[in-house]
Structure formats: structure tokens, C-alpha cells
Write a protein that binds this ligand. Structure first.
Ligand code: FAD
Length: 472
């Protein structure tokens, strides 16, 4: 080991994995150093992910709602979008939240070091700062939480007109024509925001459907919206070439029959997934192992093959979601503190913040089928919900995946306004080992969308009040 001051815990990466781990460890009384490239904690999630995208989606949702209000006789004039103001507002949200995290870290006496860290050995880090100077930090334990970055496609040229999610969130302008390559949640969220602001948006996806991680019945209401909001939705279509000039981008694509077309756009957003940041960390100077996809290999306690080093968040595997990173961080800290803890969540919620929102937790119907599980599916269509009807959300759906044998809730899926908020009940039900009857027998406030969970649970027993469903 290289001779230097030894810290009890160093956390590398200040995203939603790293900063809650650092704060929690400090709350448990540990001496904690947090290293990140930015001036404040926050990570991708706060600087160029969850938070800025949700700020833009909120603006988009206001536009959708204003348009939808025509149906009940409230008509607004055509909106004007001040892009500079919108960008500044989004930025102010980011600055406020990341600044707040900086303060919370200071209040806990977490030592924050801004710079790029790499391992010199299994007990020493070298942190290179912006001015080129280097600080060495020895540690008893380290938590690696360096996150991920957008995956690139080799055919994409280096051009400001060809953006990744970070570029799209910068909102340089509102392109008249935008092509989104990749029909996952990031592409659809950002595509829908740009469409609401007035861009003519197309999406191209290689697979036969958009949002393949979610059950098709949950995606259908979103697809209906997107068909009216997007210029075109191309599935089973492969992008063959992307050529950018100073003024536009031409994209050559082939459909499933091999028929080729070339379309021209003002900007292209590539959102084809994310890859873990495990390069240039000096991992070769440790025993930390990385798998074929670049994820750090960890055990059930999030410990790497190097006993003093833990890994959490996007670099430690799927699902690459902020709340999974946070949860793993707390597990790792508990283990370092000598508590008996393993990472074994029964359900990890996933939310697509489009309009309508899609959320699911636990097992999807497709996963249950793939695993050959005997399940019963019960649903509650929101057309039968009083609250959904008052909100113009009748297209929504709540669905339960329960074990056939004993009714245990294994999965919950929801599509509709507020699905992301509602899914928490489903996650709790799964974690607590609830059966459908527990949800059916719990009093839910009226009129709320949460009643749809209760009624889906009633449907499991064949007696949903407002839906004939499984009634015998
Ligand atoms: P990150 O948040 O990636 O943080 C890693 C940190 O490590 C960074 O701050 C980086 O500066 C730092 N770092 C990297 N290398 C070094 C080094 N060598 N030395 C020091 N510091 C280093 N997830 C959700 O749950 N909900 C959402 O709504 C959502 N929306 C998203 C929208 C977009 C557009 C994107 C791109 C992502 C979104 N995500 C969302 C995913 C979410 O952002 C990630 O899952 C989450 O940020 C992962 O957290 P993390 O702590 O693993 O790493």
C-alpha cells in the first residue's frame, strides 16, 4: 500500500448511489470522503438525467393538459415557448437541488473532494483535480458508484446535430424535425417533451415494439397518445447510416422487409441504452472484476472481489435506476458498519414519466410467463374509475399479477396520470408479502386513483364493484 492518510470510507461518485451512501455512513458516525467530478453531489440523475428530464416533462404536461382542457370547454390561446427561459428554469431546478445536497453533505461533515479518482491499489486512490494537482487518499473501505454514460452507436458521426440524452436536455433549440433512435423510456420521455414544445418527432426502434420492458397492455394507452403526437413511429426498423451536414442530418433506415428509405431531420437523438463507467478507474490495480457488459461483479452484499471495495448503482448492474442505486448504497454501508444486510429486494419499481405515465413493480406478466409461474392476472380499466374520468384519464389501466396458489401479489402495473406515485403501494404490498385480498380489504380514499388498485384486487376475487371483469 502507498503511504498516505487512511480514511474510514471513501465513496467514489456522488450520484443517487454515492451521495445517499456517504450521507448515511456519516449519520452512522463514520469518517467519510466523497469524490465526484462535479462541484456538488447529484450525479447523472440530478445534472443530466431524472431531474432535468422531469422538469421538461412537467412543462410538456402543462401543455398537454391545456390542450386537453378544450374538451370540457376551457380554451387557451396557442402557447409560445421561450426556450431560453425554459432552459434557465430547468437549470435553476438542477442548481437548487445539487446545491442543497452540497449543504447537506457539509452539515454531516462529509469531506467532499472534486476530481477524478482512480485506484492505485486496493487501499489507495489518486484524485486528479481540475488544476492538474493530485491528492492521494488511503481508505479502509471504498464504495464505487461511478454510474454510467449514454451508449454510442459506431455509425453516429460527431456532430452537434446528433445528440445523446445529455445533449437533448441542454435544449439548444427546438428542432423542427427530430428523430429519436431507440424506443426505450429515455427516448420516449424526451421525444414527447420535444413534441409538446412543437418539434415534429419521429421514433425508430429495431425491436418489434416500443418499451419492451413493460407489458404490452400497459404500453398501449401511451402508444395511442404517441400516434397522435409523433410524426411517425417506426418499429422493426434498423438505422443503417447517419450523415450530418452543418444544416441537417440524413438517416438511412431499413424496415423488416429490407426496404430502405432515407429521411432528413434537423436533429437526431440517440437513446439506445447506457453503459457503465468502469474504464480508467485503475481497477486493474485491484482484484475488482468486470463482466462482459462492463458491470462490476458484486456479491449479495454489493462487495466486489476485492473485500474492501463495494460497488453500487449503474456500474453494479441492472436495473439502471436511481432508487436501486440508493438502496444498494445503504446495503453496502450497513455491511461496512458490520450489520447483517443483503441486497434482496422483492420489487424494484420502474416508472416511465410520459403522458400517460407507465409504472410497474415486481414481476411483469411476461416475466411470469417466461419463468413458467402459475399466476392469475386481474385488471381494473380506468374507464370504470370515477376519479380517472374526472381527470380525463379513462384510458388507464391497473393490473395485478398474483400467485395462483395463494393470491400473493407478485407484480403490479399501472398506466395513467400519477402511475409513478401510485406504484409505491404495489411495491410495499410485494415487499410485505401481501395477498390480493389484503389490498381489497384496505380502505382506499374516494375518489382517488388508488381505488383502482383496490378494485383490481377485488377483481382477483371476482367482485370488483365498478367492473364486471372476472365475475363468476
Ligand atoms: P450516476 O448518477 O451516474 O453518478 C455517477 C457519478 O460518478 C457522477 O456524478 C460522475 O461525475 C462521478 N464519477 C464518474 N467517474 C468518476 C471518477 N473516476 N472519479 C470521481 N467521480 C466520478 N432513473 C430513475 O430512477 N428515474 C428516472 O426518472 C430517470 N430518468 C433518467 C433520465 C435520463 C435522461 C437519464 C440519462 C437517466 C435517467 N435515470 C433515471 C437513470 C439514473 O440517472 C441513473 O440510474 C442514476 O443516476 C445512477 O446513479 P449512480 O449513483 O449509479 O451514478
Amino acid at each position: 500500500m502507498i503511504n498516505t492518510d487512511v480514511r474510514e470510507l471513501v465513496v467514489i461518485g456522488g450520484g443517487p448511489g454515492g451521495y445517499p451512501a456517504a450521507f448515511y455512513a456519516a449519520d452512522l458516525g463514520m469518517d467519510v470522503t466523497l469524490v465526484d467530478l462535479e462541484a456538488n453531489p447529484g450525479g447523472v440523475c440530478l445534472y443530466r438525467g431524472c431531474i432535468p428530464s422531469k422538469a421538461l416533462l412537467h412543462a410538456a404536461a402543462v401543455l398537454h393538459e391545456a390542450r386537453a382542457a378544450e374538451e370540457f370547454g376551457v380554451t387557451f390561446g396557442a402557447p409560445t415557448i421561450n426556450v431560453d427561459k425554459l432552459r434557465a428554469w430547468k437549470q435553476s431546478v438542477v442548481t437548487k437541488l445539487t446545491g442543497g445536497l452540497g449543504q447537506l453533505g457539509k452539515a454531516r461533515k462529509v469531506r467532499f473532494v472534486q476530481g477524478r479518482a482512480r485506484f492505485l491499489d486496493a487501499a489507495t486512490l489518486a484524485v486528479t483535480k481540475a488544476d492538474g494537482s493530485e491528492e492521494r487518499i488511503g481508505f479502509k473501505h471504498a464504495i464505487l458508484a461511478t454510474g454510467s454514460q449514454p451508449a454510442r452507436i459506431p455509425i453516429a458521426p460527431d456532430s452537434p446535430r446528433v445528440m445523446d440524452s445529455t445533449g437533448a436536455l441542454e435544449l439548444a433549440d427546438l428542432p423542427a424535425r427530430l428523430l429519436v433512435i431507440g424506443g426505450g423510456y429515455i427516448g420516449l420521455e424526451l421525444g414527447q417533451a420535444y413534441a409538446a414544445f412543437g418539434s415534429k418527432v419521429s421514433v425508430v426502434e429495431m425491436l418489434p415494439a416500443l418499451m419492451t420492458g413493460a407489458d404490452p397492455d400497459l404500453v398501449r394507452p401511451l402508444l395511442r397518445q404517441l400516434k397522435s403526437q409523433f410524426d411517425s413511429i417506426m418499429v422493426e426498423t434498423r438505422v443503417l447510416a447517419i450523415e450530418a451536414t452543418e444544416r441537417e442530418v440524413t438517416v438511412r433506415m431499413a424496415d423488416k422487409d429490407g426496404k430502405e428509405t432515407a429521411q432528413t431531420y434537423d436533429r437526431v437523438l440517440i437513446s439506445v441504452g447506457r453503459k457503465p463507467n468502469t474504464r480508467d478507474l485503475g481497477l486493474e490495480n485491484t482484484r475488482v472484476q468486470v463482466d462482459g457488459k462492463g458491470f462490476v461483479t458484486v456479491d449479495a452484499q454489493r462487495r466486489t472481489a476485492e473485500p474492501a471495495i463495494f460497488a453500487i448503482g449503474d456500474i453494479a448492474g441492472q436495473p439502471m435506476l436511481a432508487h436501486k442505486a440508493t438502496y444498494e448504497g445503504k446495503v453496502a454501508v450497513d455491511v461496512i458498519a458490520g450489520r447483517k444486510r443483503v441486497y434482496e429486494p422483492q420489487a424494484i419499481p420502474a416508472v416511465v414519466f410520459t403522458s400517460p405515465e407507465i409504472a410497474w413493480t415486481g414481476l411483469t406478466e411476461r416475466e411470469a410467463a417466461e419463468q413458467g409461474l402459475a399466476v392469475s392476472i386481474s385488471t381494473f380499466p380506468w374507464a370504470a374509475s370515477g376519479r380517472a374520468t374526472t381527470l380525463g384519464g379513462s384510458d388507464g389501466l391497473t393490473k395485478l399479477v398474483c400467485a395462483k396458489e395463494d393470491g400473493r401479489v407478485l407484480g403490479v402495473g399501472i398506466t395513467g396520470p400519477g402511475a409513478g406515485e401510485l406504484i409505491g403501494e404495489g411495491t410495499l404490498a410485494i415487499e410485505m408479502g401481501a395477498v390480493a385480498e389484503d389490498l381489497a380489504q384496505t380502505i382506499h380514499a374516494h375518489p382517488t386513483l388508488s381505488e383502482t388498485i383496490m378494485e383490481a384486487a377485488e377483481d382477483a376475487a371476482g367482485h370488483a364493484t365498478h367492473f364486471l371483469g372476472k365475475r363468476k
